[in-house]
Write a protein that binds this ligand. Structure first.
Ligand SMILES: [Zn+2]
Ligand SMILES: [Zn+2]
Length: 721
C-alpha cells in the first residue's frame, strides 16, 4: 500500500490522503503522524473505500512522517467507531478521539531505572545500610520508593549503589499489573446463582455474540454470578470490560473483586492521573490488562483480546452522555459485543423498559435471580399518605416515619432517608415582595447550601453568598427557604433525634473516593444511626444493620413528567428500598407521598413489578415512545437570543415532510437559558422503521450557521430540558 486515507482529528479537515514512504509499513488502524502545512497531525489509517474524499492526484500526495508505536486499531473497533458516529449523528473524528484518550500512551513506552540488591555481602556495614539490606530483599523499585520501603534516606541508597550493593535495572516506564487469578477464591453460590453462572460461563467458552439480561432483585448476588463469567474469560486469556455507572461508588465493588480474584482490576475513569491513564491504555492495547472496570468512556478503548463485556446497574441513566458524542454506553456496549463476537451481560434489579422489551422479543436471553442471597427477605413496603398523616408545620417527616426511626435508634439499627435533592432548599424567596433568587445564566433557581452558606446554580456553577437583604426590594432579613433538600432534612433529624449520629450522603459531601470509603467504614462500623442521601445512596451499598428506609418525597421525580419520569421514580425507589434488610433482620420501607394512587407508587406498594412494567409498556406504546417509537432532539443555542431563535426557525421552516416522522417545535427549551446560552428545541418522534439518522442528516446538512450558533443532535435523548 503506497497510498493511504487518514481519519484525522479535526472535523473541518475531513479525510486526507497521503503517500506511504518507502520502508514504512502501515495497515488499516495504524496510528500515524502526517504533515499538514507546517504542522504535523495525528491520523488513523482507514479503509479508503469506507471514507468519502476527493481523490488527490498522486503527484500532490505528501508522505506520512511516522507510525506511532502502538498496535493498530482492530477492525471491530473501527466498525464500532463508524456505527456510533452514524447512529448518534456525530463526527467520525469525535468518536475516534474517545479511543485515543491518552496522548502519552501514543508516544509509546519509555524506560526508567529501578534498583535491586546485587547479592554482594560486605564484611562491614553501617547500621542504616544493614537495615536497608534487610528491608530490600526481593524488592525492585526507584531509589525514592526503595527509600520509603527501607525507611532510610535517598542518600544512603545512592551510597549503596556506589558500593556495588544495589544495581540499576532498566525497565518499561509502565509497570505490569499484578495478575488476576480466576481460581483465587472459591465462590459460594446459591442454586439460582449457580445456574446463572453456568449459562454465562458456557457463553464465554463457546464465544460469539450472546446478549444476556441478568434480572435479579436487589441483594440477589448478581455480581458473584457474572464474576464466574469473568473467571472463564481469564482462563481463556481474554480481556473483560465491566462498565459501572459512577466510579466513585466502586469501593464496595473493588473489595469484592479483590476477594474473588486476588488483585484489584485495572481502573479507567475521568479522574485518573495522566501516568495512570497511559499505563492503563497501553496495557489494554497490548492485551496485558485482564479486567478493566470503568466508567462509560472505557467502552471505546482499544482492547486487544476482548472476551466479555458486563454492564452493571445497566438501567442507570448516567450511561447516557449528555455532551460531545451523545451516546448511551449501555446500548453501544451491546453493539461492541456484536462486532467483537463476544457475550455481553446487562445486570440490573430494575431493568430499563427497552432492555425488558428486547428480552421479551427473544433478542436478549433473560436470566432471573428471584430471591435474595443467604435467605434474606425483600423489605416490606408501606405507603405513608401525607394528606392523611401530615408532618408537623414546617417539618417534612411524618410522625409515623419519625416514630419508626426512633425505634431503630433504640434497637441500635440504622435508618436511611432518601430525598433526591442536594443542599438545603431548592428555592429562596423574599417574604416581602415575593422575589425569587434566580441564576443569571440559566433558567433555574439558586439553591441554598447552608453548609457553605452560599446560593448556587446546579447547572452552571454560579455561586453567591446568601445576601443579607432582598436584592429586589432591599428589605433586610426577609429571605426564606422553600422546600427541603437533604441538608434541611438533616437539621430536622438533629432536632427530632438529637442523640442520633447522622451521615449526609450527597455529591457535595462524598466528592472523593476517600470520603466514600470513610462513609462506608463508618456505616459498616455502626458509627452512623441515620443516613440521609440523594440518589448516591440508592445503589451498591450493603449495610446489614440498615432496617428502615424512608422515602421523603416520592412525588418529586414525577414532576416535570418527561417520558421516563415514571420509570426513573420506580427504579430509584426500588433501588433505595433494596438497601433495607440485607442482613438477617427484615427491612421496612415507608414511602411518603401525596399521590398513593399513581401507578408507580401503587406498584411499589404492592410489590408488583410486572404491573408497573405492563402499565408503562402500554403507555409508551400508545405514545409511540421508546422502545416502540424513537425520539431525537435538536437543540439550537446561541448567546444571542434572536440569533438562536432565527436559526431554530430556519431549521423548522425546512422540516422534512415524511410519513414516518412527526416534528414538534421549534420552541424555547424548558431550560431556555443554560450557561449563558439561549436554547430552542425541536423534537422528532419517528416510527421505528424510519431512517431517522438519514432524515436528520439530509435536513440539517444544507445549513451553514455562524460559529456562534450551535446545533446539537441528541438521538434517543434521556434529558428533555
Ligand atoms: Zn423583596
Ligand atoms: Zn446557572
Amino acid at each position: 500500500m503506497n497510498r493511504v486515507r487518514l481519519l484525522v482529528f479535526n472535523a473541518a479537515l475531513g479525510v486526507l490522503d497521503y503517500r506511504v514512504p518507502p520502508g514504512m509499513s502501515v495497515e488499516p488502524g495504524s496510528i500515524v503522524l502526517a504533515p499538514l502545512g507546517p504542522r504535523q497531525i495525528l491520523g488513523i489509517v482507514w479503509e479508503a473505500e469506507r471514507l468519502d474524499a476527493k481523490e488527490v492526484p498522486e503527484a500532490k500526495l505528501r508522505p506520512l512522517m511516522e507510525v506511532l508505536p502502538v498496535p493498530p486499531l482492530r477492525a471491530p473497533l473501527r466498525r464500532l467507531i463508524e456505527w456510533t458516529a452514524d447512529y448518534y449523528c456525530a463526527p467520525l473524528s469525535a468518536v475516534a478521539r474517545m479511543t485515543l484518550s491518552s496522548g502519552a500512551a501514543l508516544k509509546g513506552g519509555g524506560t526508567t531505572t529501578e534498583y535491586r540488591l546485587t547479592g554482594a555481602e560486605p564484611a562491614r556495614l553501617t547500621p542504616q545500610r544493614a537495615a536497608a539490606l534487610d528491608a530490600l530483599h526481593g524488592e525492585q523499585a526507584t531509589i525514592r520508593e526503595l527509600a520509603e520501603i527501607a525507611g532510610v534516606s535517598d542518600g544512603v541508597l545512592r551510597g549503596m549503589v556506589g558500593a556495588g550493593l544495589l544495581e540499576p535495572v532498566v525497565v518499561d516506564i509502565d509497570r505490569p499489573y499484578p495478575r488476576a487469578l480466576p481460581d483465587f477464591a472459591e465462590p459460594d453460590l446459591s442454586p439460582d446463582q449457580r445456574a446463572a453462572a453456568e449459562a454465562f460461563v458456557g457463553a464465554v467458552e463457546q464465544g460469539g455474540f450472546a446478549p444476556f439480561l441478568l434480572d435479579g432483585v436487589t441483594g440477589s448476588g448478581k455480581t458473584e454470578c457474572y464474576f464466574e463469567a469473568v473467571a472463564a474469560a481469564l482462563r481463556a486469556g481474554q480481556q473483560v470490560l465491566v462498565l459501572l455507572p459512577e466510579i466513585a461508588l466502586t469501593e464496595n465493588f473493588l473489595r469484592r473483586f479483590e476477594a474473588r480474584f486476588g488483585v484489584p482490576p485495572v481502573l479507567w475513569h475521568s479522574s485518573l492521573k495522566s501516568t495512570e491513564r497511559r499505563r492503563a491504555w497501553r496495557a489494554i492495547a497490548s492485551g496485558e490488562a485482564q479486567v478493566v472496570v470503568g466508567a462509560r468512556s472505557a467502552l471505546f478503548l482499544p482492547y486487544a483480546r476482548m472476551g466479555l463485556i458486563v454492564v452493571d446497574e445497566a438501567h442507570e441513566t448516567s450511561f447516557k452522555q449528555d455532551d460531545g458524542v451523545r451516546y448511551n454506553a449501555r446500548d453501544v456496549a451491546v453493539i461492541r459485543a456484536r462486532f467483537e463476537q463476544v457475550p455481553v451481560i446487562l445486570a440490573s434489579a430494575t431493568p430499563a423498559l427497552e432492555s425488558m422489551q428486547l428480552a421479551e422479543a427473544g433478542i436478549y436471553r433473560r436470566i432471573e435471580l428471584p430471591a435474595r442471597f443467604g435467605g434474606a427477605t425483600l423489605p416490606h413496603i408501606d405507603i405513608l399518605d401525607l394528606r392523611e398523616e401530615p408532618p408537623e408545620r414546617g417539618r417534612w417527616l411524618a410522625p409515623r416515619l419519625v416514630a419508626e426511626m426512633k425505634t431503630r435508634l433504640e434497637r441500635g439499627e440504622q435508618s436511611l432517608l432518601f430525598l433526591n435533592r442536594r443542599a438545603y432548599a431548592p428555592l429562596t424567596l423574599c417574604r416581602h415582595c415575593g422575589y425569587r433568587l434566580q441564576c443569571p445564566n440559566c433558567t433555574a433557581w439558586l439553591v441554598e447550601h447552608r453548609l457553605s452558606r452560599r446560593l448556587a446554580c446546579h447547572h452552571c456553577g454560579h455561586e453567591v453568598p446568601v445576601p443579607e437583604a432582598c436584592p429586589e426590594c432591599g428589605t433586610p432579613d426577609c429571605l426564606v427557604a422553600c422546600g427541603p433538600g437533604v441538608e434541611r432534612i438533616a437539621d430536622e433529624v438533629a432536632e427530632l433525634l438529637p442523640e442520633a449520629r447522622v451521615a449526609l450522603v450527597t455529591s457535595d459531601t462524598l466528592n472523593t473516593p476517600e470520603k466514600v470509603a470513610e462513609f462506608v467504614a463508618a456505616a459498616e462500623g455502626k458509627l452512623v444511626d441515620v443516613i440521609i442521601g440523594t440518589q448516591l445512596v440508592t445503589k451498591g451499598y450493603h449495610f446489614p444493620e440498615l432496617t428502615l428506609v424512608g422515602v421523603v418525597d416520592a412525588d418529586l421525580g414525577l414532576e416535570g413528567g418527561d417520558l421516563r419520569a415514571g420509570e426513573r421514580t420506580y427504579q430509584q425507589i426500588a433501588q433505595v428500598a433494596g438497601r433495607a434488610g440485607r442482613g438477617e433482620k427484615p427491612g421496612e420501607v415507608l414511602i411518603q407521598t401525596r399521590h398513593p394512587e399513581a401507578a408507580v407508587i401503587a406498584a411499589l406498594a404492592a410489590g408488583d413489578r410486572d404491573a408497573f412494567y405492563s402499565a408503562e409498556t402500554e403507555s409508551r406504546r400508545e405514545a409511540g415512545a421508546p422502545p416502540f417509537g424513537r425520539w431525537a432532539a435538536i437543540i439550537v443555542s446561541s448567546e444571542d437570543e434572536a440569533e438562536a431563535r432565527d436559526a431554530a426557525r430556519a431549521i423548522g421552516g425546512a422540516r422534512p415532510d415524511h410519513p414516518d416522522v412527526a416534528i414538534l417545535g421549534p420552541a424555547p427549551a424548558p431550560m431556555a437559558l443554560l450557561r449563558g446560552r439561549y436554547r430552542y428545541r425541536l423534537l422528532i418522534n419517528a416510527r421505528r422503521s424510519a431512517e431517522l439518522q438519514k432524515i436528520i442528516g439530509q435536513w440539517l446538512g444544507r445549513f451553514q450557521f455562524p460559529a456562534s450558533v450551535r446545533v446539537n443532535i441528541d438521538v434517543d435523548p434521556y434529558s428533555f430540558v
